[in-house]
Design a protein around this ligand. Structure first.
Ligand code: BT5
Length: 324
């Protein structure tokens, strides 16, 4: 995407729905009015609805609901997160691409996003169903100067950002199931996958993958997901703009990332606990080494789950699937 287009969307973004004159655009972009008009035409071809009024100029009436760089940039209110965007209509996995970009030293906050994933993945070797246009399939690269043990806290931090984005943009009240599931009415609407590139004592990159079902209908889910998955549209009863959810997630992530770097995990933990469903309940945790049953009594300051079994013994769980 050309830098001129980027600046043009920024100008519209700042005008907040008001007209921007052709001359003002030309001055701001440092190009001719004819060039401005050409860029406007290009935006139209991409599905932007633009109004042009003589002597007033142009304004954007409606941005199309795709998740291209333009859609995400228009109205995005962050300093770093999502300021560099890698978009592909179809991709194997945004997580995989993000790993490559991180390895090649892309800027912190780089967002990788696609309309569909052909081999989206969950934890371990599980797959993540990511059909075209109906969801948010994205990965964000962060580079906190921290030891690798603190990385799991970022799954919880991201979960808080996602829950608040869904509350504020969609008016929904999702809950978090430790460690990485966001549920609405007991069904999974979002999964989070946090991965690392690290040396023994230092994180190089954290890659946070977020998969959210947004406009899928119940019958769109494959058989095995019918009973366990839901989407924003199913819960809300109407179609929702993906780009506005993405923008809000990025804004919240940035906010909490800074809070975390300044104040540590404490404030994030408090927020997280307010949304958690598993705490205080009898649960079954399936880990790689075995199954533990008991009461989830809380998370530690590292984000590790504590379970008290019937003999009163307390187990610390680093990674598991939880059944409530
Ligand atoms: C997760 O794993 O929940 C993490 C999912 C992360 C996906 C994002 S999308 C962008 C980025 N790029 C990627 O390639 N991945 C990330 P886990 O807790 O292991 O849950 C996986 C399980 O969730 C599967 O075994 C299914 O049972 C279920 N599942 C698969 N697709 C789903 C969907 N679209 N909605 C709800 N549940 C799903």
């Amino acid at each position: 995407e050309s830098p001129i287009r980027k600046k043009m969307l920024q100008a519209f973004s700042e005008s907040d729905g008001e007209f921007v004159s052709g001359q003002a655009l030309a001055d701001f972009l440092g190009c001719t009015r004819t060039a401005v008009w050409k860029h406007i035409e290009e935006l139209r071809r991409e599905g932007f609805e633009l109004e042009a009024v003589r002597r007033k100029g142009y304004r954007i009436l409606h941005a199309p609901d795709k998740v291209t760089e333009n859609e995400i940039r228009y109205g995005l209110n962050t300093k770093n997160l999502g300021q560099t965007i890698y978009y592909q209509e179809s991709i194997d996995s945004t997580q995989k691409k993000a790993h490559q970009l991180a390895y090649d030293n892309c800027p912190e906050g780089t967002l990788v996003i696609a309309e569909e994933q052909t081999s989206g993945r969950g934890r371990m070797t599980r797959s993540w169903h990511s059909p075209k246009y109906s969801g948010i399939w994205m990965s964000i690269i962060l580079r906190p100067n921290l030891p690798p043990q603190q990385a799991p806290q970022f799954t919880l931090l991201a979960a808080v950002a996602v829950v608040q984005a869904l509350e504020e943009v969609c008016g929904l009240n999702p809950e978090i199931k430790w460690p990485n599931d966001i549920l609405i009415n007991g069904k999974k609407v979002t999964g989070i996958l946090t991965e690392l590139q690290a040396e023994s004592d230092k994180i190089n990159s954290i890659i946070i993958g977020i998969g959210m079902n947004v406009n899928s209908k119940q019958e769109d889910f494959p058989e095995e997901l019918q009973k366990i998955a839901t989407s924003v549209a199913i819960e809300k009863g109407k179609i929702v703009s993906r780009s506005s959810i993405i923008q809000k997630i990025l804004e919240k992530l940035e906010l909490y990332y800074h809070l975390y770097m300044e104040k540590g995990f404490g404030p994030i933990k408090l927020l997280w606990e307010g949304y958690a469903i598993s705490i205080g309940r009898e649960i079954i945790a399936r880990t790689i080494t075995g199954t533990i049953e008991g009461k989830a009594i809380g998370i530690t300051n590292d984000g590790v789950l504590k379970i008290e079994d019937s003999s009163g013994r307390i187990h610390e769980i680093y990674s598991a699937d939880i059944e409530i």
